[in-house]
Design a protein around this ligand. Sequence first.
Ligand code: BGP
Length: 473
Amino acid sequence: MMENRKISGFPEGFLWGASTSAFQVEGAYAEDGKGLSVADTASLKHSDVYADTKVAADFYHHYREDIVLMAELGLKSYRFSINWTRIYPNGDDEQPNEAGLRFYDKVLDELEKYGIEPIVTLYHFDMPQHLVDAYGGWADRRCIRDFVKYARTCFERYGNRVRYWLTINEQNLMVRKDKLLDIREEDPQKKEQIRHQMNHHMFLAGAEVIKLCHRMCPGAKIGPTFAYLPSYPATCKPEDVLAAMDSDNLYNYYLTDIHVYGKYPQYYRNYLEEHGWFPQFADGDEEILAGAKPDFLGFNYYLTYAAEYCPEDVENADYLSILNLVVPGHFRYVKNPYLKATEYGWQIDPVGFRKSLMELYQRYQLPVMITENGMGTHDVLSEDGKIHDDYRINYLKSHIEEMRKAVCDGVEVLSYNVWAFLDLVSSSDGFSKRYGLVYIDRTEHDLKQLARIPKDSFYFYQKVIAQGSADGL
Ligand code: BGP
């Protein structure tokens, strides 16, 4: 494997960070005027099995002590999201909810106190439920107007103190998961048409918000962040190589191509048109897409896939992937025999991380920001009162090391944010699937004292931040 001899890697001022999202940590799901989001309603449906968003890690009431812990860890950045329904409880309210706005003022005050750079996501899976009930959410163009209004309020209020904004978290994943957008249509063809119309509206909304941010907050940088799920060819058979390329295009690059080049790439148009899913464009949509340019690309990285050619006439196209996407005539997924997986089956691939960084940077020549990277497991509180998560240390260490190599090879990385700063409600598997550097002492249904206990990985990452690399750790 090609190694870069330069050792140093990370530049001065590199933002070593950690990440969370509002509905997964805050709790206080109906407090101080907050409305219900689709993330709340989806989680409340499974309250009997999993922890829901009602309390979560109760960051809403613990943010001060949590930020003290962030300072102890030495974090340079904290990537978090604003809960849309704290600001506009119904999504289409005339006036924003002052109590909701005040909460994030206080969070920003605390971060400022310790010199931690906020990286703020505007929309992380939590669209107001009311907008879905009123007009179908992203299926309707009015949603663009309501999202832009919400973003404007955030820029007005926090624009003078936030330098990094993220528009939409993982649009490419969200659009494939019915529950994240509350898609209720049952007819398969209509459902796909709705899905792609929603995607189109999100692209427009993202573009409008980028332009707005550039106008209102000239000193700030803004970009989207997506779920980067790259594929290797299962073999060197040309059809498999093409399958991996198709998968990369239809999972990842269609999204970044639209963001960066401002138009639907031909391969994506063909795919949508062949299936009768091409969305309706209104007059001016092309100009909206073409008129916005992100300052950087954010991405979340956890795993890679291996793709092989999938025959057109395959009977049951197995959904082995997170995005529930297999395209007969193009690709499907197989297990990669060279990689180990987490207990949740997520294939661990630090070298793939390096490759992803290189590919993204070479394709777009834009700075990148890693907004999530981490490992979800059933951590156990040991008898000595600690959490010995060596597996997470290994995961982080190997990914940081591969990121360093990519940086040495010229990739401009703005920030690396571990998912997650603390244990939180997983978007798919409740509280038992833990990602945090800080353990939250609660179970799915027993809140206990919600004590905060730094894990061994916390102390490992503390050293990484202090010395600016994982070398020798
Ligand atoms: C990303 C999301 C996060 C987070 C993470 C881990 O897709 O942006 O919100 O949940 O993945 O996923 P999960 O919680 O499903 O294990």
